[in-house]
Design a protein around this ligand. Structure first.
Ligand SMILES: [Zn+2]
Length: 417
């Protein structure tokens, strides 16, 4: 990634949580930077576009901006530009670094974030949280452990990084160092394809909420408690029993209880009974609890039964509960609506993204979840085939990759030339 950034003419470095940065300093080196970000990790058995698309679109758009501006400034010929495009030369072989930095008015930086998906440590957005200042507080996520018992800190150390708290806290940007944050990402859903549009503007991100510390409910079949210590896990418990000898009237079958609970979650979520659902979720803003929001989605995606034998009444079931809702009502994009913008779909993201962590940036560099973002955050979604993501079948056409990169380039040119 750093080599691609370097080829585009950027200064590159890797910070101590393994984010890769590339920057064009601009004529005014101390001005707030326009930050373009996305993540370089993905899930198991994944596709090749989730995350990577946004990094490559960012690098390509900055490279195009450098080349186009250099041609306009007459420090690069069309023939030289073509040799860069053909891969026969790099920007810095043909231009000196100071000239490249001076091609844009203020800094532009591409950040390739580490560990957005949280696959190893069950903690998402590690790299972007470090940049936004929310990696160490309110919870020090460097202490999150993987299935081998190793912490984020230990794994970073093993790979030659220095994840000491004072070093990591210095990675954080403050809001006055960032002009805006923008991210290009495949949609991971079917809306744009159905609308016949290659690109869409994201108005809000529906982040997962934890049910930790939520109050318990009791079903006729057994106790239904939400594990206070684990993230989004629910558990039904009862003494296990013999399938042939325990009369139905006195059974408290945790699997039947889980089935009822899962049914209730789906019905209440789909039926718009948001107020009742949200009442038990301490992280949700008071105002959001009383209004039904179509962005609310709830999923039970994992279920385990103990001991899991056909002739034993289960003793325990564990299941995940993933609840997502946009932060507040969807907003229209800022700025003067153009006729082109009127035709562009505006949609809510059902998946979490690095832009969500970057919205935590505050003036002080201290995270403040659910505060109004101190920095403008923009996301551009790109159509993907069948809405499929987190799968080897993930696919974005070359044409749509080109459209997304061109849109990003046009945005950069308008802001930075
Ligand atoms: Zn992603």
């Amino acid at each position: 990634i750093a080599a691609w950034m370097h080829e585009a003419g950027m200064h590159t470095w890797t910070d101590n949580v393994a984010n890769v940065h590339g920057r064009i300093r601009g004529q005014n080196v101390t001005a707030p930077a326009l930050v373009i970000g996305s993540h370089y990790d993905t899930v198991k058995d994944a596709g090749k576009f989730d995350g990577a698309l946004g990094i490559l679109a960012g690098i390509a758009a900055v490279k195009a901006l450098v080349i186009q501006t250099a041609i306009k400034s007459e420090i690069l010929t069309y023939e030289q530009a073509e040799s860069i495009a053909a891969g026969a030369a790099s920007v810095l072989q043909l231009l000196n670094r100071a000239d490249v930095d001076a091609l844009v008015s203020s800094p532009v930086e591409v950040v390739a974030f580490c560990d957005e998906e949280g696959l190893s440590f069950q903690t998402t957005l590690l790299g972007s949280r470090a940049l936004a200042g929310s990696l160490l507080a309110p919870t020090n996520l460097l202490n999150s452990r993987n299935s081998e018992g190793l912490s984020v800190k230990q794994v970073l150390q093993q790979h030659g990084y220095n994840p000491a708290e004072d070093v990591v806290s210095n990675i954080a940007l403050t809001a006055d160092q960032v002009r805006a944050y923008i991210e290009v990402h495949l949609e991971q859903g079917p809306v744009l394809e159905a609308a016949g549009k290659p690109l869409g503007v994201v108005s809000a991100i529906a982040a997962p909420h934890s049910w930790s510390n939520a109050r318990s409910a009791v079903t006729p079949h057994g106790s239904f408690e939400r594990q206070a210590s684990s993230y989004q896990a629910s558990r039904c418990l009862s003494p296990q029993g013999h399938a042939g000898t325990v009369p139905m009237a006195i059974r408290r079958d945790p699997l039947a209880a889980a089935a009822e609970a899962i049914n209730m979650i789906e019905q209440q979520c789909a039926g718009g009974q948001l107020a009742g659902m949200m009442q038990s979720m301490p992280n949700v803003k008071q105002a959001a609890r009383s209004v039904w929001d179509p962005s609310l989605v709830c999923t039970v995606g994992a279920l385990s039964v103990w001991p899991g034998a056909s002739n034993v009444i289960a003793g325990a079931t564990n299941f995940s509960v993933d609840i997502r809702q946009a932060h507040g009502p969807p907003q229209k994009p800022n700025g003067q609506p153009s006729s082109q913008l009127d035709e562009t779909p505006v949609l809510v993201s059902g998946a979490g993204h690095d832009g969500l962590a970057m919205a935590d940036l505050t003036q002080l560099g201290i995270a403040c979840a659910y505060c109004i973002a101190a920095v403008q955050i923009g996301m551009l979604f790109v159509r993907c085939r069948g809405g499929i993501s987190h799968s080897p079948q993930e696919y974005v056409s070359d044409e749509d990759v080109g459209r997304a990169t061109t849109a990003l380039y046009t945005f950069l040119a308008a802001l930075l030339q």
